[in-house]
Write a protein that binds this ligand. Sequence first.
Ligand SMILES: *[C@@H]1O[C@H](CO)[C@@H](O)[C@H](O)[C@H]1NC(C)=O
Ligand SMILES: *[C@@H]1O[C@H](CO)[C@@H](O)[C@H](O)[C@H]1NC(C)=O
Ligand SMILES: *[C@@H]1O[C@H](CO)[C@@H](O)[C@H](O)[C@H]1NC(C)=O
Ligand SMILES: *[C@@H]1O[C@H](CO)[C@@H](O)[C@H](O)[C@H]1NC(C)=O
Ligand SMILES: *[C@@H]1O[C@H](CO)[C@@H](O)[C@H](O)[C@H]1NC(C)=O
Ligand SMILES: *[C@@H]1O[C@H](CO)[C@@H](O)[C@H](O)[C@H]1NC(C)=O
Ligand SMILES: *[C@@H]1O[C@H](CO)[C@@H](O)[C@H](O)[C@H]1NC(C)=O
Ligand SMILES: *[C@@H]1O[C@H](CO)[C@@H](O)[C@H](O)[C@H]1NC(C)=O
Length: 413
Amino acid sequence: MEHNPFHRIIIKPSNIHLHLNPKLFYHFVFFIVGISLGTVATLYFKTLSFHLQYFFYHGNPASSSSQPPYRSPSLTLAPPLATQPEHSLLLMSNNNTSIRSITTNKVSLMHNMTDQDLFLEAIKVQGRLEKKDDVSNRANPKVAFMFLAKGSLPLGPLWERFFKGNEGLYNIYLHQHPSFNETVPQDSVFFGRRIPSQPVFWGTSSMVDAERRLVANALLDDSSNQRFVLLSESCIPLFNFKTIYNYLINSSLSFLNIFDDPRKPGRGRYNPKMSPMINITDWRKGSQWFELHRDLAIKLVSDTTYYPIFQELCHPPCYMDEHYIPTLVHMKYNELNSNRSITWVDWSRGGPHPGRFGWGDITDEFLNRIRFGGNCVHNGNVTNVCFLFARKFLPNALEPLLRVAPLLLGLDP
Ligand SMILES: *[C@@H]1O[C@H](CO)[C@@H](O)[C@H](O)[C@H]1NC(C)=O
Ligand SMILES: *[C@@H]1O[C@H](CO)[C@@H](O)[C@H](O)[C@H]1NC(C)=O
Ligand SMILES: *[C@@H]1O[C@H](CO)[C@@H](O)[C@H](O)[C@H]1NC(C)=O
Ligand SMILES: *[C@@H]1O[C@H](CO)[C@@H](O)[C@H](O)[C@H]1NC(C)=O
Ligand SMILES: *[C@@H]1O[C@H](CO)[C@@H](O)[C@H](O)[C@H]1NC(C)=O
Ligand SMILES: *[C@@H]1O[C@H](CO)[C@@H](O)[C@H](O)[C@H]1NC(C)=O
Ligand SMILES: *[C@@H]1O[C@H](CO)[C@@H](O)[C@H](O)[C@H]1NC(C)=O
Ligand SMILES: *[C@@H]1O[C@H](CO)[C@@H](O)[C@H](O)[C@H]1NC(C)=O
């Protein structure tokens, strides 16, 4: 993703904030306080023949409990949001192709629910879906791609190509540090896909909190989301969209890497105070980069039994993000999991951090070894395709990756 700031300007007719972006260019006109919305709109229609659309995001999604909250971009004027201008958005364009968030009826994923309320809301909505036995959402399943990133996405341009042309089959969710303030162009697939975030500190429960926050937002945002993939800014796709989509949608099991490590960095991190709720024989380890089916995703945000135990008793050198979900799933939902990860990583170099790959590492041979070099079971069938994603790739890997993408990964140039 490039970091072209998506400039916005604010008009203040009395107390309403409008953000304009004429023509997808980053040129902007500044209007002055005192001009009414009607005047502005009329002026634009008459002089520039622009198609003006305005959307105000109503800033209090929690208040409507009967609807998935952030489905409520309203066409009517909402009350002022003087302190939260990012919650209101006016998009203007002379054609419809540039306004993705309008076609999906979504202006922003932002809300001000606490995690607690968010999780409860997600569970409530799921309960309603199940009561209605709503199969329509399973008929058109989507994959939720959840990016847990510190800040920018240096490999964004590769992902842009990956997603291109597959609208309607996926949703993107982006958890970035709250102080990260770079914006993406309006025509980016990442535009408007940030969720409310909290700072994440490596190795602490804040990492798990961010993961659950992503899952809960994705659950709540779109009931068509049936697969939930956690990715980082250093991840790359190993196949084109359709291949990955089919692999995930066709699988009856989730892809969570779970194993019992008898050594110090495994069972050695178990805290005996967790007994009797959690036995050492239940203790599991695994990579945090999971793929969850919707059934497990709901279980993850519903858990109020094991989370507090980990939060209290698993501190470095016990890393909650490596043990909490694996132990929970092992104890309660073993039958829903394949026990393997679909995100490749290289631990062969030893040490606490996995191998990183840059410009000089990107060759067809290297990538094909990851793509086809395995031996795995997929719905009872043996396949050499074990991995759909890989990490960790450095920003300078982007250029060679874009170069091999059309032929190797089957991404359109
Ligand atoms: C969310 O924001 C609205 C106004 O935008 C405010 O009325 C409400 O109290 C806020 N809720 C929380 C939980 O902060
Ligand atoms: C919409 O605008 C883009 C560029 O801004 C242009 O390429 C495209 O052809 C336009 N589409 C229509 C339907 O006018
Ligand atoms: C934009 O889309 C709406 C319906 O989605 C349509 O009525 C309108 O004609 C479109 N405008 C342009 C400029 O394509
Ligand atoms: C973004 O944050 C940096 C510091 O964190 C600040 O210097 C800069 O002005 C901010 N930019 C915008 C557009 O708010
Ligand atoms: C699932 O697998 C079947 C058979 O391999 C294939 O025809 C289909 O397109 C795949 N994808 C979906 C979403 O069902
Ligand atoms: C924990 O293990 C002990 C035996 O080592 C067993 O008696 C006990 O039932 C186990 N507790 C749970 C919750 O599985
Ligand atoms: C995953 O591992 C557990 C044991 O930890 C086992 O019971 C389960 O059958 C395994 N699942 C698959 C699909 O291999
Ligand atoms: C597994 O193999 C069987 C028989 O070859 C085939 O019918 C089925 O579609 C395969 N399933 C998947 C998920 O590829």
